[in-house]
Design a protein around this ligand. Sequence first.
Ligand SMILES: Cc1cc2nc3c(=O)[nH]c(=O)nc-3n(C[C@H](O)[C@H](O)[C@H](O)COP(=O)(O)OP(=O)(O)OC[C@H]3O[C@@H](n4cnc5c(N)ncnc54)[C@H](O)[C@@H]3O)c2cc1C
Length: 371
Amino acid sequence: MKRLVLAGAGHAHLHVLRALGEGRWRGVEVVLISPHPRQIYSGMVPGWIAGHYRIEECVAPIPPLARAAGVRYVQGAVVGMDADQRRVRLADGRVVAYDLLSLDTGAGLALEAALATHPGVLPVRPLESFVARWRDAHAALVRDPGSRVAVCGGGAAGVELALAVAYRLRVETGSEAPRVVLASGDTLLPGHAPGVVRRVRTALAQQGVELVEARVRAGRDGLETLAGGPVRAQWIVAATGVRPPTWLAGAGLALAPDGFVAVGPGQRSASHPQVFAAGDVATRVDAPRPKSGVHAVRAGPVLTANLQRALAGRDPLPYRPQRRSLYLLATGPKEAIVSWGGLAASGALAWRWKDWIDRRFMRQYQKPAGD
Ligand SMILES: Cc1cc2nc3c(=O)[nH]c(=O)nc-3n(C[C@H](O)[C@H](O)[C@H](O)COP(=O)(O)OP(=O)(O)OC[C@H]3O[C@@H](n4cnc5c(N)ncnc54)[C@H](O)[C@@H]3O)c2cc1C
């Protein structure tokens, strides 16, 4: 009997679990290792902050999915790996050996040390800790009308979070006083069309979000721009981009220049044929793409097929990730901005589209196969 270890309950592995629930793979024991018994769907988190969703609507519970798939769930985090010896090490010291390994553990947050030690910092990754800490920050923000939040990061996550926080505080306190600043770095929404950026600027202004288009750092009295301009905020939501998990450096796997697992056209490791990786933890050396949930989701079916093929001793099927991704950026109220290549659109219909896509995606994993 071969052992397939799935590390991380990320988007692509949710698909693998679902496929296993629909029909078992013969001659293989499957083990899933992930630190939390639920997977929070990042695409719905801004909607949760804005007050449109309950957290239960944004999560996939892992134990029932694993049970339905005949998979043994091990609650734990991989902190080390020996790719030559085919084993992973968990934070509590356990060692799990594998014949075939699939990594979908996501990325870490790129956060400079000075910001990381700020007492009011809320790193968006891991999402589980962010969600827990946001509850406390939110309660404190509602209690103290003079307190302010800085969201650091000018990508889609930073924009959506700034808008969601501003909207929620306005709704709950009934005050339109500006309390949120978005520190976007040098470029607001890199990679998106000018029409999208224009609409985002309008949405930020509508929600009273102050935009600081500069890089910031933690100063003596809180945040400041690199030029020394003060950014007054007690809470800092850090959506500052991704970095590779630290344990990858000693794993023995070939890494891409960005430090993530180097994989080829079939999501297979460039150095170890018995290792596959998908989602943010992997970089396609033949077709690099920005890290995003869209690519993690799209990799699910090909990863599933290729794990089965690898178990049967067959070569993986190639897969070409799409060049353009559809982004639906939530803007606080039940409205969204559509970003698709050079196209931009916005409004309530875009929100309804996003809401439909997200709920439909999550429903697949909230109700395991056979239920
Ligand atoms: C607030 C926010 C909003 C976003 N919105 C969007 C969006 O609208 N569209 C979009 O395309 N992208 C969005 N993103 C980016 C998106 O979240 C990521 O690209 C996506 O989650 C990557 O999926 P993944 O499967 O690689 O990993 P993840 O979704 O990060 O899942 C990783 C899994 O691995 C587990 N894990 C972590 N470490 C370990 C370990 N050491 N050992 C074992 N298991 C581990 C985790 O608990 C989790 O189950 C957003 C990000 C944020 C923060």
